[in-house]
Design a protein around this ligand. Sequence first.
Ligand SMILES: [Zn+2]
Length: 72
Amino acid sequence: MNDICPWCGRVIDGEFIFCPWCGANTRQAWKDDSGERLYRDERQKRLSHIEKSLDALDRELAVLALSEAMHR
Ligand SMILES: [Zn+2]
C-alpha cells in the first residue's frame, strides 16, 4: 500500500516510517488531524501550479534553444 508524503507530496511505500525523499516522519504526520491534510492539499495545489509553470518555461527554453541553434 502506498502513501503520499504529506510534506513533499511524493508517493512513498506504506512500509516507510520516514519519507525516503524528504526525510519527513510520515507516521507522525498521518496521525495529525485535518490541519495537516489541509496543509498538504494546499501544498499539493501549489506544487502542481509550479509544475505547470515549469512546463511552460521548459517549452519556452526549448523554443529559444531551437531558434538559437537555427541562427548559428
Ligand atoms: Zn516527503
